[in-house]
Design a protein around this ligand. Sequence first.
Ligand code: MLT
Length: 267
Amino acid sequence: MRSEVNDIQIHWRESGRGEAVLFIHGFPFHGGQWDDQIDRLPMRWRLLAPDLRGFGRTDLGPGSGPLEMDLFADDLAGFLDALGIERAVVCGLSMGGYIAFALWRWHRERVRALVLCNTRAGADTEEGRAARRAQAGRVEQEGVASLANEMLPKLLSERTRAERPDVVEKVRSMIEATPAQTIVHALDGLADRLDSTELLPTIDVPTLVIGGSEDRITPPSELEFLANAIPDARLKMIEGAGHLTNLEAPAEFNLALVHFLEALGGH
Ligand code: MLT
């Protein structure tokens, strides 16, 4: 499906009816990252997985500057407006979590509850920013396939890489489907993002934090930090999963999500 939001056409996948759950994908993927949730979770929630600006089938729009987390958050607030949804449970993974923090910063009245997966509150270090600039340079010179080869060993646990060739291929194809221009602008936006640590004690909606024991990008200590800093947050650590918990361990991920959503009531 697609809808006109701000200056772009947003594409999204959806299933079910009831209270809205907005899934925000990571970098550099698209809404298809959430297929195991959209297809397998019970139909008693309205599950929405948009492609963010520049990713999947959603266009980049007229601007050519950094893809800031705040811009994605504004797009998503506009997306909820277009669908007539006042508040949604917001579930973001990695960059999706950074965007969930931006939604909390600027549009918190739209957030019914939060699910923060494999993400962190802190901004990039100087070293992290330099690594992103170098990565953008490699993508410009060598193309997106080089990025997939570089990222896969960090994104997925050793077990997933050995036992789940389907997941490896899915992740590779999502990365390769992302235009180089989007990747370069998104790397700029990621490098510029604000530190959200000071927001954590202000989060007063139910929150579930999900991590993977083998995550090398956002290690378990980051998720523990979030769960300790957010009042009353719950933590679910998935053993054996890497950075992409919802793809690597969908059954455990979905069970944790269903328990959390059921405890919210109201559907
Ligand atoms: C992601 O999975 O969204 C990225 O790893 C986020 C990042 O590079 O900080």
